[in-house]
Design a protein around this ligand. Sequence first.
Ligand SMILES: [Zn+2]
Length: 332
Amino acid sequence: MTDLRTLPKAELHLHIEGTLEPELAFALAARNGVTLPFADVDDLRGRYDFEDLQSFLDLYYACMAVLRTERDFTDLAVAYFEQAAADGVRHVEMFFDPQVHATNGVPVDVVIDGLQAGFAVAAERFGITGGLIVCIVRDHPVASAEALIEAIAPRAHELLGIGLDSAEVGYPPSLFEGVFRRAAELGLHRVAHAGEEAPPSYVWEALRLLAVERVDHGIRSVDDPDLLAHLAEHRVPLTVCPLSNVRLQAVPELAAHPLRRLVDAGVVATINSDDPSYFGGYIGDNYAAVASLGFDTAELAQLAANSIEASFADAARKADLIAQVRAWAASA
Ligand SMILES: [Zn+2]
């Protein structure tokens, strides 16, 4: 079997807060004098049996309380980049949730500074490129999202884009039309979680009202043939996260994952890890899961090439990385 960890790839759907391993959570809690509502590492890890998205989010936000200082965010990012580099990741477009950190008393500038320092380490140590995508937490008030956009406006040129995440059902993209319009004025790329648990109408809204350039998850698009055709025709990429979908029961089991149907419909699908600490695997594990679904080496290389094409890297970087994927496929 080919080693999929050597396949060059981009990670486009990665919440940095979702890379917080229990060991680091307890280390940061001790460093910052924060008390976690769990007895120890084993107790925390034992609670990773999620029934749905919301049951995960409750635990996720509790753990995020340990992240307080610039150094915490740098340490978190570097720990992720070490894992990503070992999995063949060459380019990362990283989500972060400033509204949640603000509720813990951490200003957005502290988060950005800490994560940017992590990217600097990743560039120097691993040659990894990429940038930050500021995410709107959709179950917080819209006014909070509007305030966040104005808070980051002076630094918009330092960011890649805006995203939309957290609890999906009941918080349709239409709520954030004004926020995304403002983000576009600031020159930010636009992506949004849609069609993870909610129906295809949420994906249509993200496309038509938020003018997103990629859809995060988007797996429920298989329920709407017109939407599938639209995504394929306009080459709107989906950032698919197979192990996340299984762990949050968005699909009943891996074998029932709709990735094959998306690919057969001509959709530009990419493979990503979402919140890897919580969902049973980093991106290499997700590629291995896809291989177990019957995708062969050439198809896996195409999925990696898709991740590079779907990224916001510049043309020269994309060409370099695509050439690396082709070289890998030729020698595989
Ligand atoms: Zn996500």
